[in-house]
Design a protein around this ligand. Structure first.
Ligand SMILES: Nc1ncnc2c1ncn2[C@@H]1O[C@H](COP(=O)(O)OP(=O)(O)OP(=O)(O)O)[C@@H](O)[C@H]1O
Ligand SMILES: [Zn+2]
Length: 725
């Protein structure tokens, strides 16, 4: 009889620790298995660990299945998960299963295309087909040069699949790893002096851990620097991980990579992939076949055995932080991975996060600057503030703005009117009694969508009809407040009847091909005025754009969120950066009631460093990150008092061992009601990151105990380094 051994298994459950099962023989860590857990079949992953000695050996169940269609998950991934679980104080099993593609999370063998190539066996080599069997002979000859893919063999003869199947059965053919294609790098523009200096410095750090900040103004050619670095890494036989924000993972960007590296397999991982496609890309990267992985935040977990370089583009972008479940920051994990793999990492941005700026100041990261636009003819746009306090507005647009738009129309140049809102108008309001269209389930406002004639909550999705009269006072004259993109579109069309206007926001680009159509129209010169939301701000190169008008930016100046200013500045620099990327000098007009605000003055000067220095000083003064470290304990329940009691109890019991950690709250979350649940929070703050984490470690068992004791409707979560409060 076989001797059974116990193994430790991670499961996708919100519980800390591993679970013990019996295996028929020794199995390596990383093996995927199926187990019975609480009466259900679940997928598990073996890890190193020791069984709880108190466990009754008679009660340990055997593994239900062992999946061996793939090798065990690599040690580097399990190390990363150990770190993630410890840093975010999140159960290790749940963390691992967040990192895996869906197809590997289920208790099933993974189905993968066989990407192996074909080769002749010794018997096959010795058995040359006769000349009259033309197809067979041609295939036999093609295989003399080593393994060939079925794709290439089909080009030799359409009968390739049939013939090779036969040969395989007869022992004349065998499967083999495909030959990796020779690296081919298409020409790009010659780098300018600053780009060359950046390339030289970073490529000098290949083979060791070094974080770099590549701070380059919009259009300065950061991507060109990445492409050159990637070519160096690929030439050295290494793989490259490129993380980008969701919004910039466009077909255009992917095409740029594919054009530059025409034969290198590229795994592009974005959220709209089918499970099978994501699995295939993930496995191609893991097996070393894909030279480049380019993807959104979740790609930070993709195993890369020959990792040589990591690039995080738009490193300041909010979408790199996951806001539910495992609340990780992909940029921070990427830095950890670079350290673990001893490779350089490049964080690129025109407006780096203040966290990264602080790391540069502390000497942990090194900074490289690109100060001019790469195109010889392009220069940075000229930014002007339009003081609307003194002006009469026509449909929300001031005279200087209307004149600038008219001038571009006359010169047949394209303009962009940027407004940071969605829908026809943010809210409807009653000027008589002050009623506004609030959401019944959230503390947010309902937004009017004129086309569908509904009010919709952008936070929880609640929808209702548009009232004809004010629900509070019966006034029939209720009005839309502020400017939405749809309303602006009809206003501009009315003011400039001859202009060809195109509106871009989440509503107009919901379907997949919509972006392609936008690009086609813009590049075919079929658009005079683009109207758009923040979707337009980033990453897109609209060559002929010479005027950008910014409306409604003031909302971000004074906010309860201490990061609002940083976000607004970065957004405005990005939008401004859309102007004048080619031969036309760009002009940017910002309508504001606060023209003396220092944020706007830095914007006019296109001076990120000035802004960052001032903002960092203010953060230090006010004891906000990155000067200190935060964690957020959130609790929500049907009734506010349940959440408050939970947090209050925690605070009382934690008081004796808090040490230097300060606790603030309980307080209602900014969004105090979301989807019918009341939300409260408690903020942990400490100048010493280690002390904060020691405290969180101690807090965890207490939270779990209080959580079990609390009513069923209570849910809680921890957010380490929160970016949204
Ligand atoms: N050295 C160069 N000479 C000429 N053109 C260049 C050079 N480097 C980059 N470009 C071109 O300038 C434009 C902007 O370059 P790129 O997209 O690399 O800049 P970026 O800094 O990544 O831009 P973004 O502001 O969108 O982040 C592209 O059209 C690119 O082909
Ligand atoms: Zn709502």
């Amino acid at each position: 009889m076989d001797t059974f051994e116990t193994v430790e298994v991670l499961l996708d459950v919100p519980l800390h620790g591993t679970f013990t099962y019996l295996a028929p023989h020794a199995l390596p860590a990383g093996t995927r298995v199926q187990v019975d857990f609480r009466g259900r079949k679940q997928c598990g992953v073996l890890v190193d660990g020791v069984a709880n000695p108190a466990l009754d050996p008679a009660k340990i169940k055997p593994l239900a299945a062992i999946f061996d269609e793939l090798p065990p998950l690599p040690a580097a991934l399990l190390r990363l998960i150990d770190f993630v679980s410890a840093y975010y104080h999140y159960p290790k099993g749940a963390a691992l299963f967040t990192a895996l593609p869906t197809a590997l999370r289920v208790a099933q063998a993974a189905r993968l295309a066989d990407r192996r190539a074909w080769a002749l066996s010794a018997a096959g080599l010795a058995d040359q087909p006769p000349a009259r069997q033309r197809a067979r002979l041609a295939l036999w000859q093609a295989l003399q040069d080593g393994p060939q893919t079925i794709h290439d063999l089909r080009a030799v003869s359409a009968q390739a699949p049939k013939v090779l199947g036969q040969w395989l059965e007869e022992g004349k053919a065998e499967r083999a790893e495909p030959p990796s294609p020779e690296l081919e790098v298409a020409d790009g523009p010659p780098l300018n002096a600053e780009q060359q200096a950046a390339l030289a410095a970073i490529s000098d750090s290949f083979g060791r851990f070094q974080p770099w900040l590549l701070q380059g103004v919009t259009g300065s050619g950061k991507t060109e620097v990445y492409l050159h670095l990637i070519a160096c890494a690929l030439a050295a036989g290494r793989q490259v991980l490129v993380l980008v924000p969701e919004i910039s993972l466009t077909p255009q960007l992917l095409q740029r990579f594919a054009d530059r590296f025409p034969v290198t397999p590229i795994a592009a991982l974005h959220s709209s992939l089918a499970d099978g496609e994501r699995l295939q890309g993930w496995v191609d990267a893991w097996q070393g076949r894909a030279g480049i992985v380019i993807g959104t935040r979740l790609s930070v977990f993709v195993p890369l055995p020959r990792l040589g370089l990591i690039v995080v583009d738009e490193e300041h972008d909010g979408s790199l932080k996951q806001q539910d479940g495992l609340r990780y920051h992909a940029r921070d994990l990427a830095v950890w991975r670079a350290h673990d793999a001893a490779v350089p990492i490049v964080l690129g941005s025109a407006t780096p996060s203040l966290e990264t700026v602080a790391n540069v100041e502390a000497g942990r990261y090194r900074r490289l600057l690109l100060t001019t636009r790469a195109h010889a003819a392009a220069s940075l746009p000229q930014v002007r503030l339009v003081d609307t306090r003194l002006l009469r507005l026509n449909e929300g647009l001031s005279e200087p703005v209307l004149a600038a738009l008219a001038k571009r129309l006359q010169k047949r140049e394209m303009s962009l009117v940027f407004i940071n809102r969605r829908g026809y108008s943010p809210v409807i309001a009653c000027p008589q009694c002050g009623w506004t269209s609030g959401c019944k389930r959230c503390s947010s406002k309902l937004v009017l969508h004129l086309l569908q004639r509904v009010l919709r909550c952008h936070h929880c999705g609640w929808e209702e009809g548009v009232p004809r009269v004010c629900p509070d006072c019966g006034n029939v004259d209720i009005q839309p407040l502020g400017e939405g993109t749809q309303r602006l579109e009809s206003a501009i069309q009315r003011l400039f009847p001859e202009a060809r206007v195109l509106r871009i926001d989440r509503d107009s680009t919901r379907n997949k091909d919509a972006w392609d159509e936008v690009y086609r129209k813009v590049h075919a010169g079929e658009v005079d005025i683009l109207i758009g939301t923040q979707m337009l701000a980033k990453g897109h190169d609209f060559g002929a754009l010479s005027l950008v008008v910014v409306l409604g930016a003031d909302g971000g100046l004074y906010s309860a969120d201490f990061r609002a200013g940083e976000r607004l500045f970065s957004l405005l620099m990005q939008v401004a950066g859309r102007a004048g990327r080619a031969e036309h000098r760009g002009e940017v007009l910002v309508q504001t009631q606060w023209p003396e605000h220092p944020l706007y003055l830095s914007l006019v000067a296109q001076d990120f460093d000035g802004f960052a220095t001032r903002e960092l000083a203010a953060r230090r003064e006010a004891h906000f990150p990155p000067a200190i470290f935060q964690a957020l304990l959130r609790a929500d329940a049907h009734e506010a008092h349940e959440a408050e009691a939970f947090l209050g109890q925690f605070k009382a019991e934690a008081a004796p061992w808090l040490g230097e950690v300060a606790l603030f709250g309980p307080a209602p979350a900014t969004m105090a009601r979301l989807a019918g649940r009341e939300r409260m929070q408690l903020v942990f703050e400490c100048a010493d990151r280690r002390a904060l984490h020691r405290c969180l470690n101690q807090a965890l068992p207490l939270l779990e105990r209080l959580g079990r004791k609390a009513g069923r409707s209570l849910r809680w979560s921890l957010d380490v380094d929160p970016t949204e409060m």
